[in-house]
Ligand binder design. Structure first.
Ligand code: NIG
Ligand code: FE
Length: 413
């Protein structure tokens, strides 16, 4: 197995203590000013000061790389994307910019429903091509692990088509990918006015089909006024849990419907958005150990107030940050941009933002033992940055800070 020694790097990494980092631990980062990283066969063998790492060598490394003093951090883990889509919706962006509310466009049959029409019409090959293009762009911006949701099919066959494409992305790109089934993303035209009937279809037909093919790890739902109610969300999530899927939920994105409280009640793995979540709901989530997946580029794109990250950290919620990359509410695959928004617009420290975009997001993606920090035994996924510290990602705005991307010890971008 190939042994590689990466020397002369300013290494910054969260430390995995076996659970998502919450409260003050959200900002705990190990720093090795003149750090060295030793990998073997794509895994991390040791990280730290040069002498302590080279002491672990029992033979000459096959490759020695001088990092030239660059800042080295774990590869970004993006734990929430809808990056599998067939067509962009740039015209809607103009409508929203001019004042039409996001949910109004959906009510008129556009929004998510226009992406559903495009995905249903696309061949599996076409859908793979459009998805791969954006996934590889994310990789070049430092995302080495990504969660991808279905949810633009909304019938059994089209949802399975999306999940097969996501599986192919996992097999044919360098990234680690986890798949989430999101049949409950919206109520499709053929069920208009009958959300309960559509939930029945998901519970009776789609979930068994998805689980039968072992093609998704978790199940998500859009719990929102006029989409799926708290009661419908509870019914669907309980059925998904019974079928063996992990649970996530988009809650309180536009309106406070009590979604955060539901996330706490069901102790889901992660609750998404939370722009309008109330304190009681957040406390219920904290008590249940739910990860708060914050999506600041969606607040940016919808021009809404940002999620209350400081309050969440104060309440002891582990905070993760993600792109939410999708063709509607947020066309952004850039984790450096997310990092910048977290620091500048959600008042997170660079250390908290680093934990949110690597370690906590790995927990949210369900892959914490394997990725998300530079701990011994984990996949050697890391980035070299054109910066002295991770703060440089927010400091040097509007450009990619990523000099090089390594996945499983290989230079991939
Ligand atoms: O997380 N809110 C629901 N789903 C996505 C948007 C999907 C779309 O507009 O296509 C979100 O923001
Ligand atoms: Fe989303």
């Amino acid at each position: 197995m190939t042994v590689k020694l990466f020397r002369n790097a300013a290494i910054h990494t969260p430390v995995d203590r076996g659970r998502p980092a919450a409260g003050s631990a959200q900002g705990e980062i190990a720093v090795f000013a003149k750090g060295t990283l030793l990998t073997e066969g794509g895994r991390i063998v040791a990280v730290g000061a040069e002498e302590s790492v080279t002491a672990r060598l029992n033979r000459r490394p096959d490759m020695e790389i001088d990092c030239g003093g660059a800042c080295l951090i774990p590869g970004f883990v993006d734990p929430h994307t809808h990056i599998c889509f067939a067509e962009r919706r740039e015209r809607e962006f103009e409508l929203r910019r001019a004042g039409t509310p996001y949910l109004e466009i959906l009510r008129q049959g556009g929004g998510i429903l226009s992406s559903v029409r495009a995905v249903r019409a696309a061949s599996e090959e076409e859908l793979f091509e459009t998805t791969a293009e954006n996934v590889l762009s994310a990789l070049s911006l430092g995302t080495t692990t990504m969660e991808i949701k279905s949810g633009y099919g909304l019938d059994t066959e089209s949802e399975l088509k999306m999940l097969r494409v996501i599986d192919r992305i996992r097999r044919e790109t360098p990234l680690d990918v986890t798949a989430t089934f999101m049949g409950a993303h919206a109520v499709p035209e053929e069920f208009r006015g009958n959300a309960d009937g559509f939930v029945d279809l998901i519970v009776d037909e789609m979930i068994p089909a998805v689980v039968g093919q072992a093609i998704a790890d978790s199940c998500d739902i859009f719990c929102e006024e006029g989409i799926f109610s708290v009661a419908q969300s509870r019914r669907l999530l309980e059925a998904a849990r019974k079928a063996g899927l992990k649970l996530r939920a988009h809650v309180d994105e536009v309106h406070d419907t009590g979604g955060a409280a539901l996330a706490g009640e069901l102790a889901v793995l992660s609750a998404e958005h939370l722009l309008a979540a109330n304190d009681e709901g957040l406390k219920a989530m904290a008590a249940a150990g739910v990860i708060a997946d914050l999506l600041p580029a969606t607040a940016y794109s919808l021009r809404k107030p940002y999620a209350r990250a400081r309050r969440m950290i104060e309440l002891g919620l582990p905070v993760a940050c993600a792109t939410d990359c999708n063709p509607g509410s947020c066309f952004c695959e850039s984790m450096p941009f997310i990092f910048g928004l977290a620091v500048m617009n959600m008042d997170m420290t660079p250390e908290e933002a680093l934990t949110a975009t690597t370690l906590n997001s790995a927990y949210s993606a369900g892959l914490a033992g394997r990725v998300g920090s530079l701990d011994e035994g984990k996949s050697a996924d890391f980035l070299l940055l054109d910066a002295e510290t991770p703060a440089g990602i927010a400091y040097h705005a509007g450009v990619s800070p990523v000099l090089a991307v390594y996945k499983r010890g290989e230079h991939v971008a």
